[in-house]
Design a binder for this molecule. Structure first.
Ligand SMILES: *Cc1c(COP(=O)(O)O)cnc(C)c1O
Length: 378
């Protein structure tokens, strides 16, 4: 049996046209038409004024922190339930992360836990320099509530939309609600450049500054003049060619991932003890990964039993992200749970399962996944 992946690259066929153009014009490196074209196409797609593309989503988060001027004495508040790439740039700057729990409606940052944390830190005059909010598995966080509480304390927001490119919240594209948004084009994301990321903002100065920092911070001079610490984070022109071909099919990929979700939903939603990640009202998730929770007392099987049974059939499935406040690297930092006595992300991690969700997952393969799970439960 061929391996079924959680999420694998799905090319459109047009990528090679852009790469060939770069070869024909000898625009191999570093900048050129594809980089500019990809940035413009992303700005148009998301209806945001400015985009700069770089080598990864992690680099984009790092430069957002640099633009905000996060320094070693600063705190940064962020979602605990996420991939480690959201948190690591905080430590690159030797700042202190404070982790905020999820809420059950979207599985994303709880605006109430965030507000409690802001109140506490305000009292000791230690308001964070930034808040990083994650849109998990394609589902937008409650951005209105989060922006309103952060604006009332004057704290800038970085929206980690690495997983939610193409999703919507109140009729606008996910990733455009924070002061800064970041996307990822890593190999497993909804579209991929094989590796890459983007930083977006309506603020032109910020994006210009990110471009400057991502290309070694060269001051204007014929010789090489440097007064600031820079990085080599820019996306290459070949990689951007892949991105242009991928962006053309993004809306189709969203439809395909949502169709995968719908088939799982129809197969399982009536079973006791299975709950899918909800879609907030007035939002549209790209359903990057279909995520659900399994209550072993009601279903008779544990999440880990399911992962094991699927792995035996050469099918990749994974637990929901392990929250940062439980990671050895981060467990010493402060954590604000949903209630003082209840952590939502702990429970999502214990019971949460991500199923194969690629836009290239064929129906017969998905049917195999579904049957294995149904057999376990009967
Ligand atoms: C993938 C991902 C990133 C990092 O993106 P890279 O392009 O792999 O550096 C950041 N945050 C989240 C939530 C992600 O899923």
């Amino acid at each position: 049996m061929n391996k079924i992946f959680l999420s694998s690259p799905h090319m459109s066929g047009n990528e090679q046209k852009y790469i060939k153009e770069a070869f024909d014009l000898n625009w191999i490196a570093p900048l050129g038409n594809n980089v500019n074209g990809f940035e413009e196409a992303l700005s148009d797609y998301n209806k945001i004024k400015h985009t700069t593309v770089m080598s990864s989503g992690t680099a984009a988060i790092h430069l957002a922190l640099k633009i905000i001027e996060v320094e070693p004495q600063d705190h940064v508040f962020l979602s605990s339930l996420t991939f480690v790439a959201t948190a690591n740039p905080v430590l690159y700057e030797h700042a202190t992360p404070v982790f905020i729990d999820s809420e059950p409606d979207s599985w994303n940052m709880s605006p109430l836990a965030l507000e409690r944390a802001l109140q506490d830190y305000d009292r000791s005059n230690q308001l964070p320099k930034a808040v990083i909010v994650v849109n998990l598995y394609g589902q937008s966080a409650k951005m209105d509530e989060i922006m309103s509480v952060c604006n009332s304390y004057n704290v800038p927001v970085i929206e980690d939309a690495a997983e939610s490119l193409g999703s919507e919240y109140k009729n606008y594209k996910s990733g455009t609600f924070g002061h800064y948004g970041i996307y990822s084009f890593n190999g497993n994301k909804i579209i991929t450049t094989s590796g890459g990321g983007a930083l977006v903002s309506d603020d032109e100065y910020s994006i210009q500054k990110a471009r400057f920092l991502s290309t070694q911070a060269r001051d204007p001079a014929v010789h090489y003049e440097h007064s600031q610490l820079g990085y080599n984070y820019r996306m290459s022109n070949i990689v951007a060619g892949v991105g242009r071909g991928q962006l053309e099919v993004l809306d189709q990929r969203v439809k395909q991932r949502r169709a995968v979700f719908k088939r799982y939903f129809e197969a399982f939603h009536q079973l006791e003890g299975i709950e899918f990640q909800p879609e907030l009202e007035e939002s549209m998730s790209n359903r990057w990964l279909t995520a659900l929770t399994i209550d072993p007392y009601q279903t008779g099987v544990s999440r880990d039993d399911i992962i094991e049974a699927l792995n035996e059939e050469n099918i990749e499935a994974r637990p929901v992200w392990k929250p940062m406040h439980l990671q050895p690297l981060y467990q010493a930092y402060t954590y604000y749970p949903f209630y003082n006595s209840k952590s939502v992300s702990d429970e999502l991690f214990e019971k949460g399962l991500c199923l194969p969700s690629g836009s290239n997952l064929v129906e017969e393969d998905q049917e195999r996944v579904i049957q294995i799970i149904l057999n376990l439960m009967s």
